[in-house]
Design a binder for this molecule. Structure first.
Ligand code: MF3
Ligand code: CO
Length: 249
């Protein structure tokens, strides 16, 4: 069942989203060679809790997710578990943050460069962010979900990259994952008719190589099957009568 949100509920998701945005800003400044992924998790946890929020991901799912944020390096797509790994110059690192505040979750992710990165990696990161905005532009009440999905897929595939298929964006609100699923591939003109009050996380995951992924032995980390680089860009947004609005700004 899809839970459409009232203006008050959207304001509360935006408040959680403000915490998420502050965490991503702080992590952007903290990412550099020599920092551990666990350092970034500690920084995120501190900001989330000082804001009066709770980390959405800690304890989520099974096995229970063991950290506040996901930190996914290079060929890791999403759900990388932070720890003692040291970030190295030339890597890309995807940071996914969820915060729960006043009864509601918000969720967003960015891929950052660690020091100077190869042009190919920078291009992947840029295409992934652009793909998000292509989908965002379709998140309107005169569109269907397939228009959002197809716009993302077209932008990614034009660049010669692949969208991950086995993971999608998702509705979000009182629960971190709600209906509907928000695929990053699909057919224009098909799927759910978008209506005002629909709130979802739109999150293209883009591989330089093929779309297949696998889960590593830790039970969480999703990696590309062919070892190629992967990038992620996510915001929580609301479909409103006058167009989509980002709630994680
Ligand atoms: N943003 C991710 C998602 O929507 C992270 C949630 S998985 C978690 O799937 F376990 F880390 F919470
Ligand atoms: Co998400």
């Amino acid at each position: 069942m899809i839970h459409l949100k009232s203006a008050d509920e959207i304001a509360r998701i935006a408040a959680a989203g403000h915490v998420v945005a502050r965490v991503l800003d702080a992590i952007r400044d903290a990412v550099r060679p020599g920092v551990t992924t666990g350092d970034l998790d500690a920084l995120a946890g501190k900001i989330i809790r000082e804001s009066g929020a709770e980390p959405s991901f800690l304890g989520y799912g099974s096995p229970p997710y063991p950290a506040c944020i996901c930190v996914s390096v290079d060929d890791e797509v999403v759900h990388g578990i932070p720890g003692s790994r040291v970030l190295e110059e030339g890597s890309i690192v995807s940071i996914d943050v969820g915060a729960f505040l006043d009864g509601f979750h918000a969720d967003a992710a960015r891929t950052f460069a660690v020091g100077r990165i190869p042009a190919e990696a920078a291009h992947l990161v840029r295409i992934t962010e652009e793909a998000f905005w292509k989908g965002f532009d379709m998140a309107r009440t005169d569109c269907r979900m397939g228009d959002v999905s197809a716009a993302i897929q077209a932008h990614v595939e034009q660049a010669g990259y692949s969208v991950v298929r086995s993971l999608t964006g998702h509705g979000i609100g009182r629960a971190l994952h709600e209906e509907p699923d928000v695929p990053n591939f699909g057919h224009a003109g098909r799927g759910l008719r978008l209506t005002g009050g629909l709130v979802f996380a739109l999150e293209p995951m883009v591989n330089r190589g093929g779309h297949p992924v696998r889960i590593s032995p830790d039970g969480w980390t999703v990696v590309t099957a062919d070892g190629s680089l992967s990038a992620h860009y996510e915001n929580t947004l609301a479909v409103l009568p006058d167009g989509p609005r980002i709630l994680t700004a």
